[in-house]
Design a binder for this molecule. Sequence first.
Ligand code: ZN
Length: 241
Amino acid sequence: MALLPERNLLLEKLEKHDREAVLTHMSDFDFDLGHVFGEPGEEVQQIYFVDRGVISAVSMMTNGETVEAYMIGREGFTGTTAWQVPFRTSVRYIGQIAGRARRIEARKLRELSSERPSLRLLLATYDAALQVELEQSAPCNAVHRAEQRFAKWLLRAHDRADNDTLSMTQEFLANMLGAQRTTVNEAAQSLAGVGAISYARGKVLIKNRAALERAACECYAAAKAVADRREASSEPVPVKS
Ligand SMILES: [Zn+2]
């Protein structure tokens, strides 16, 4: 798999004057697997634009169970709507694949986006894509089998990773999928059986993406189609200065 540019795709799409204005207020932030960026109930103070690696937004149940609500790679940023209004998140943001982000104060980004229509539009297109994903995830969790959801999750992580090996324990995978470890183990064995992946010592190797795509539920292809349409229609909007 070719190395992707280590840059946040939204920042790359900004017009030069917007990008420069935003970057002035950003600082680099390296993060490790397991780094916690924010907890449920906290007001989002900092927004992280991912350059490399993956951040998971994880829902926490009162009995200690967790399940991933969505993941953020270089296509996005944390904090959902905190760039528009002061916002208390309901999820924990946690480093899933170590990487680097650029962070900016939420308050500053609100100020900048209120003055800059093309920046506002770009951030809103990402929020809209996230909304579609969240609308889809409840029926997916209810209807699709664990193995299909596991395959979808691996594809989504692979899309955001820099290589074919994903480091994660079965416990972590179970937490992300809201499943039992035995269920994850069975799903991994089944996907290994069709040659899609191999799994050993906390590492998943993606061996055959086409096989993985066949094993995934329809939700992966549906979300990708929405993202591709967005890609085609979200050329920077010229702004008269
Ligand atoms: Zn599904």
